[in-house]
Design a protein around this ligand. Sequence first.
Ligand SMILES: [Zn+2]
Length: 47
Amino acid sequence: MDPIVVCPKCKIEKPLTNLLTAQSNQNVIFECEHCHFIKRNITTKKG
Ligand SMILES: [Zn+2]
């Protein structure tokens, strides 16, 4: 089961795994494929 993320701009719901780009487990980028909204460093679990 993939977690669901809601785009803060267009409110579309998408599976988190399809939208996130994880870079070295630090910089996680949310990119909405619908409105192309990009949000960096979204809240995720941190070690
Ligand atoms: Zn969006």
